[in-house]
Ligand binder design. Structure first.
Ligand code: RAM
Length: 910
């Protein structure tokens, strides 16, 4: 695999300089193989304290040999005085299509001396312009007689093949493929790459993603065969009925270029054209992501993707219309099978029917081993929960069929897993299995975008640990080339409103930068000419309901990428479109009193007051709130001032400032109830927004916070009462304004409504609804991230104390100020930031507090150690005043504050 897909699968490379223990590691790769100014990043490793980069030197060469000879024929940056180690912009020779670039870097530090060159790394450019693509789109613009095209629209997979001669000795060969909706690629019978469900979904009329593979190894001089299988994915719609306003794009189609370079310097291209043969009458009888895949092994065509297969019964491929979208390299990670799970049990439910329990609500599919007669048929049906009778509870799946069917060819052990479907499930109903199934016959294949896990988090509190674990499963389960709301029912849509601050917390667990950068493009591509942004993007479901909370996620995600990764380019790229969206909303809906008089969902899925009240209740009820829309408007106006400054649009700042001031006045005029220091209907969410967004007049702030604390403690008896909107701000507000104990209470509650309540009721993922165990099944997923609000970021930033300084983004300066709350005795966490690995491991013991910290090279941290005075503190066994690289700054609020640089530290307070 190469370029697009290769980029994400790169391992770490590092070189070490003996003397200094200084290493320069290149962890992250340029963000776009079709970016002509890619940006390079590296990490400085080593255990010497206080290491800061003073200079770097980058070499980029056109061949590995040249790089090895220190010849930067594409770019030789020279020795540059700079402490920048992330997003250094390539400034060498123009990068042309298919160009390969090999690079390495060395650094100098404040301790003197220079590192050795890092291990070499590389990227390759894609096909940069439309004209670089040869051949034409091929497909078959109709269904087969056995296909379903009505309500449950499902087609059989299409198989394509082509034999060709490679007459000379091959030096290098690469495939560029766009296979829509989903494809699998084979050369000479071998599967290419370990990606699944490729490419990433987009609005195919706006953009389509291609993947690139190095296939030099699979190709040979002489005769070769190339084969592809096309599934439906999101291209051919899964539903042909209202009310979902589905968008469909037509029948599956593909464009493929195989570029072969020979050792004699010549090259040739194999491309899709009408000489390719195709059939839809293969083993994958039908497939889509909701309803499942049906596979008939009797229909297998041995050797179909190898040389010499008799394809005389296959059809000629047809030239078909292009999907219209811009052709772009896929830079977000491809999906892969990231983990496998063994079921915990297979139990007989009734004769012939077994229930298999994975022990974990997971997303992916089941791989199965089976032996039986030709024509035996095994049916697998997937669900998240069981009913009282122990059967699958399928009501919350709505009309998705979630059924895979395998028909045996007979004659020995058969092993099967589907190609073009994923399910959200813990339980599987197995029927028709020949013989008695046992757990070893099955394997859960956990599928999501192949991004690195960057966080780890353990505490002394088991509820917090389990909620973190459940979040981990929900977050990754819903990464499917776009952030989905849920993976199981007939929905699985990238709803914007589920992610505005959740994505920020997610970034502590997964390196989600590329996925969310892609999503910003999806959102921008979905923006209408008038500026309107939809609630779902890519807009497979076409909801342009014009609200601040869902659409505004566009700004929030860009802000997250900036804060967490230091990525400014996304803000530069999207700023004009954000501005346009705000102008649109203001021109359409802002009143003379500066109220944003438009909302759709209100505080979506706020919990019913009691479990009894919510029993059997349909959560799909909207309570539009102009308080919410106006508060968010104000928040975005603040954000836009920052964005304007970052992107050189200073001219806009005054306007945003002035408008923000008017909105604040309008908001207070309309919603502030002075007599009881509350806002609107005195809901927790109403008050939280006014407080956290700093809409409340300064002199009323303390009173308003009292109101909030009072609602939680008295009215809610120690619980939250927030839905998707309020939960985004609750943990940090309570913490920042001085009641971390209350935040901790919410985090560890096990009674309704709380995250712990889900755990108490057997959840292994996060539910869509606080009352998920008793609400109506109509809209009730057991695998949603939206209710996480700001919880996960609170875990890392406030419990572990791993937080990027707000002024200096991307953890260049780290703020370490863990909360000390009664009941929590230790936190052991780590986060691999763009600058390197950060660790925080603190522990309270009798009369002793210990804290082990790791700070990565080229960064600094300000640490807040709970102590009466610095005289009570030791570091690595020595008085802190004599510890190297530890600088005392001040005493503040019962803490001794120090600045430290890179290195490992062990603080103890007695
Ligand atoms: C439902 C889901 C989704 C939410 C929308 C508004 O479809 O709960 O997560 O964003 O409603």
């Amino acid at each position: 695999m190469f370029s697009a897909l290769q980029l994400s699968s790169k391992g770490k490379v590092a070189v070490q300089v003996q003397l200094q223990n200084l290493r320069t590691e290149m962890l992250r790769n340029p963000e776009g193989i079709d970016a002509v100014h890619p940006r390079l990043s590296w990490e400085i490793l080593g255990n010497q304290r206080g290491t800061m980069q003073t200079h770097y030197h980058v070499l980029v060469a056109s061949t590995p040999q040249k790089l090895a000879a220190d010849e930067g024929d594409l770019w030789n940056s020279g020795k540059v005085q700079s402490n920048q180690a992330t997003y250094v912009t390539y400034a060498g020779a123009p990068l042309k299509s298919r160009r390969e670039a090999y690079w390495k870097v060395k650094t100098w530090t404040n301790h003197g001396g220079e590192s050795a060159w890092s291990e070499p790394n590389y990227w390759s450019m894609g096909l940069l312009s439309y004209g670089d693509w040869e051949g034409r789109w091929i497909g078959m613009d109709k269904a087969s007689p056995w296909d379903e095209e009505d309500r449950f629209a499902r087609l059989s997979a299409r198989y394509y093949r082509k034999e060709f001669e490679a007459p000379k000795q091959i030096k290098k060969a690469k495939v560029y493929i766009i296979g829509l909706g989903l494809y699998e690629l084979f050369i000479n019978g071998q599967r290419i790459g370990d990606q699944v469900l490729a490419p990433a979904p987009t609005d195919y009329t706006a953009n389509v993603k291609y993947n690139t593979y190095d296939v030099t190894k699979q190709l040979k001089s002489g005769k070769n065969a190339i084969g592809t299988v096309l599934g439906n994915g999101r291209f051919y719609t899964m539903r042909q009925y209202k009310p979902y306003k589905n968008k469909t794009f037509g029948y599956p189609k593909m464009l493929l270029n195989l570029v072969i370079e020979y050792t004699d310097g010549t090259s040739e291209k194999i491309r899709t054209e009408e000489s390719w043969k195709m059939t839809a009458d293969g083993p994958i009888r039908t497939n889509n992501e909701y309803d499942g895949e049906e596979y008939d092994a009797r229909k297998e065509m041995p050797g179909w993707n190898a040389v010499g297969f008799d394809d005389s019964k296959w059809r000629q491929a047809e030239y078909v219309q292009e999907p219209d979208g811009e052709i772009e390299a896929q830079m977000n990670e491809p999906m892969k099978v990231m983990e496998t799970l063994k079921p915990v049990s297979v139990k007989l439910l009734k004769p012939g029917t077994y229930i298999l329990d994975m022990g974990q609500n997971m997303v992916g599919w089941l791989k199965m081993k089976v032996q039986g007669k030709q024509g035996d048929q095994v049916t697998l049906k997937f669900a998240e929960v069981l009913n009282e009778k122990g059967e699958l509870a399928l009501e919350n799946i709505r009309d998705a069929k979630v059924t895979d069917v395998y028909t045996l060819k007979g004659g020995g052990e058969e092993v099967w897993e589907p190609s073009f479907v994923f399910h959200g499930f813990r339980y599987v109903e197995v029927t028709g299995y020949p013989g008695k199934p046992i757990v070893n016959n099955f394997e859960g294949r956990v599928v999501y975008d192949a991004m690195k896990t960057v966080g780890s988090f353990k505490t002394s509190n088991p509820i917090i640990n389990q909620v973190h674990e459940n979040s981990y499963w929900s977050i990754r389960g819903n990464y499917k080339g776009m952030p989905l709301d849920c993976p199981q029912r007939n929905e699985r849509q990238p709803w914007l409103g589920d992610r505005p601050v959740q994505a920020y917390g997610e970034s502590f667990v997964f390196d989600n930068e590329k996925l969310y950068a892609k999503w910003l493009d999806d959102i921008q591509n979905a923006q209408k000419a008038d500026g309107s942004i939809p609630d779902v993007a890519p807009a497979f479901w076409r909801y342009y309901s014009d609200n601040m909370t869902w659409a505004g996620t566009y700004l929030m995600i860009a802000d997250m990428l900036h804060q967490q990764y230091g990525n400014v380019r996304v803000i530069e790229k999207h700023y004009p479109f954000m501005r346009k969206w705000l102008q649109y909303m203001e021109s359409q809906y802002m009143t003379d009193g500066y109220i944003m008089a438009k909302d759709s969902y209100g505080d979506w899925c706020a919990p019913p007051a009691t479990i009894e009240e919510g029993r059997g209740m349909n959560a799909n009820v909207k309570h539009p709130s102009y308080l919410i829309s106006t508060a968010y408007h104000y928040h975005y106006l603040q954000m836009m001032q920052r964005f304007a400054r970052l992107t050189g649009n200073e001219g806009d700042i005054k306007g945003y400032q002035a408008l923000a001031e008017k909105v604040r006045k309008g908001f207070n005029h309309e919603f502030f109830i002075a007599k009881d220091a509350s806002y609107g209907e005195n809901k927790l969410t109403d008050n939280l927004l006014a407080l956290y967004f700093r809409l409340v007049p300064k002199e009323q702030e303390a009173a308003l916070f009292k109101t909030i604390a009072n609602i939680i403690e008295v009215r809610n008896k120690g619980h939250l009462s927030t839905g998707v909107v309020g939960t985004q701000w609750i943990m940090r507000s309570l913490t920042e304004f001085g009641r971390p104990d209350l935040a901790y209470k919410l985090a560890t509650n096990t009674t309704y409504p709380s995250w712990g309540y889900m755990v108490e009721n057997g959840a292994t993922t996060i539910w869509e609804l606080w009352n998920g165990n008793t609400a109506a099944p109509t809209m009730n997923s057991y695998n949603h991230v939206m209710m996480l609000g700001d919880l996960v970021s609170w875990y890392y930033e406030d419990l572990a104390g791993i937080k990027s300084d707000r002024g200096q983004t991307g953890f260049k300066q780290i703020e370490m100020k863990p909360l000390m709350v009664n009941g929590l005795d230790f936190v052991d966490a780590s986060y691999h930031s763009v600058h390197g690995l950060i660790k925080s491991n603190w522990k309270k013991e009798k009369k002793r507090f210990s804290w082990k910290i790791t700070v990565p090279g080229n960064t600094k941290a300000v640490v807040y150690i709970p102590a009466r005075s610095q005289n009570d503190i030791t570091e690595s066994g020595k008085a802190v005043s004599s510890a190297s690289g530890v600088r005392f700054l001040k005493m503040e609020g019962g803490r001794a504050v120090f600045e430290i640089g890179s290195g490992d530290y062990a603080f103890v307070v007695k």
